[in-house]
Design a protein around this ligand. Structure first.
Ligand code: NAD
Length: 500
């Protein structure tokens, strides 16, 4: 067993050289080994980084031309494309997801960098000549200053990439606080910005836990916070950040339902349920965890899913398996306790992933795909976000019952309907109270030029990630009303300005 390597902050483009008062362990989830020891930032260090970022914004990035900003963005895009396999390997080593899936995550992040390359066009304002006699009116959007990005463990590359390229493209400085469970991919991507020519200090990565997050949430020079994580922390971040005068978008947890109608293609639906239920070991905010089957096809659908589950290989993500481990031993045990609870509550445990054979060395954090049928809505496997490879089938009598169940759920991140009836699908897209909807698509993650975000307890704040909503989140609008020297100005008039 090799010694854990030190993982530290990236400040002004350089690894931090100080000595941390506190550290935490980073694991390889496939083997259970401790591979890294992570420096955790103190509140004082976070304060120093924010001050440096503010200076870098004021000295350089906040006023740099759009032409120069886009050169950095285009170069970054090329570098990320060059290094995508290396970044994917870092994700697999610390998160555990299989390599293909890790690469997919980097590529989806890359698409946001591509979107941000179009920033000159995205920031164009309006101009009305002669809005009133000899008066022109135009709108501009300006950067905010220093913004913070606080990310979860499950997408260490993609989630920071939802925000950072757009925030930088809009002219802000950024401080990222990645998950302490798998920070290396985030740090590796951040290094590419320096290589792309981003001035020192405009982007820094501080590692840490609650202490670092709290320091960002109360710092007067942090103007906006983009947070992604579980619902209780998202709510806390939103409430604390807004109480300290910040703009906050806090994306929270999820319980995503997939409704299968009797006329659906059941083979397509069974494949989709497997892919969306067990991809990334269910550790996706867009994972399907509740499969809502109309009773008349439920037996056939469960049989098809069970049959497919028999062919899945769970193991080390570097070995071509279908599914990897869970992120930590603590999390694996929590997911296993939900399986215990589901069985004890009387759900039908069709496939039990506890203690299954896996293709890995060492003592990794595995729990193989698990399927429950005949789950009822009072069971904890239905009510809670498990965030693991546990799929629960809930049987309903009709479309209306399925819709009612989805709309009664406190979360509203993603959902999907499987049907061959265009009218039913259209009704669903209109009636369902969820932010992202798939029609015969189980994981409807929007492309980068649309915006990502849920409803209800899946998002606190008004603005979704990337797309035009991202551009608006990271800028402030200003409208200028201008008149150039005209000797025939009207003299004094204390009335409210009217247009003539
Ligand atoms: P988490 O809430 O534990 O952690 C998220 C971030 O908050 C991390 O950076 C962490 O260090 C920090 N944090 C943790 N505890 C904190 C505390 N007490 N005070 C302040 N900060 C704290 O989430 P996670 O386990 O890393 O990620 C999984 C969760 O994220 C799931 O609930 C998942 O649904 C959600 N998620 C949501 C989306 C979305 O788009 N809605 C996307 C990805 C993940």
């Amino acid at each position: 067993m090799s010694r854990p390597s030190r993982i530290t902050h990236l400040i002004a483009g350089q690894p931090w050289e100080g000595t941390a008062e506190r550290t935490s362990e980073v694991f390889n989830p496939a083997t259970g080994e401790v591979t890294g020891r992570l420096d955790l930032a103190s509140a004082d260090l976070v304060g120093e980084v924010v001050t440096g970022a503010k200076q870098a914004w004021a000295d350089s990035w906040g006023n740099i031309s759009l032409a120069k900003r886009t050169q950095v963005l285009f170069t970054f895009r090329e570098l990320l494309n060059r290094d995508k396999e290396k970044i994917a390997a870092l994700i697999t080593a610390e998160h555990g997801k299989v390599l293909d899936d890790a690469l997919g995550e980097v590529v989806r992040g890359l698409e946001v960098a591509e979107f941000a390359c179009g920033i000159p066009s995205l920031l164009k304002g309006g101009y009305s000549e002669n809005a009133s006699t000899n008066i022109d009116v135009y709108s501009i959007r300006q950067s905010l200053g220093v913004v913070a990005v606080i990310s979860p463990f499950n997408f260490p590359a993609m989630v920071p990439l939802w925000f950072v390229p757009v925030a930088l493209a809009c002219g802000n400085a950024v401080v990222i606080k990645p998950s302490e469970k798998d920070p290396s991919a985030t740090i590796a991507v951040a290094r590419l910005w320096t290589e792309a020519g981003l001035p020192d200090g405009v982007l820094s990565v501080v590692n840490g836990d609650k202490e670092a997050v709290d320091a960002l949430l109360v710092h007067p020079d942090i103007k906006a916070v983009s947070f992604v994580g579980s619902t209780p922390i998202a709510r806390y971040v939103y409430e604390t950040g807004t109480a300290h005068g910040k703009r906050v978008q806090a994306l929270g947890g999820a319980k995503n339902h997939m409704l299968v109608l009797p006329d659906a293609d059941l083979d397509l639906a069974a494949d989709a349920a497997i892919n969306a239920g067990f991809g990334s070991a269910g550790e996706r905010c867009m994972a399907i965890s509740a499969l809502i089957a109309v009773e008349s096809i439920a037996d056939e659908l469960v049989a098809k899913i069970t049959d497919r589950m028999g062919k899945l290989r769970t193991g080390d993500g570097t070995r071509g398996c279908d599914m990897g481990p869970l992120v930590t031993g603590v999390h694996r045990d929590k997911v296993a306790s939900y399986v215990d609870a589901g069985a004890a509550a009387g759900a039908d445990l069709v496939v039990d992933g506890r203690g299954a054979q896996v293709d890995a060395d060492g003592d990794g954090f595995f729990l193989a795909p698990t399927l429950f049928d005949k789950v009822t809505t009072d069971m904890s496997i239905y009510t809670d976000e498990i965030f693991g490879p546990v799929l629960s089938v809930v049987r309903v009598a009709s479309y209306d019952d399925g819709l009612e169940l989805i709309n009664a759920n406190p979360y509203g991140n993603g959902t999907a309907i499987f049907t061959n009836d265009g009218g039913a699908a259209r009704r669903f897209q209109n009636e369902v109270e969820v932010g992202m909807v798939g029609i015969n698509v189980p994981v409807p993650v929007p492309v980068s030029y649309y915006s990502f975000g849920g409803w209800k307890n899946s998002l606190f704040g008004d603005t979704h990630a990337h797309g035009m909503e991202g551009v608006h989140f990271f800028t402030r609008g200003k409208v200028v009303t201008s008149r150039w020297l005209d000797p025939s100005h009207g003299g004094l008039n204390l009335g409210f300005p009217q247009n003539d």
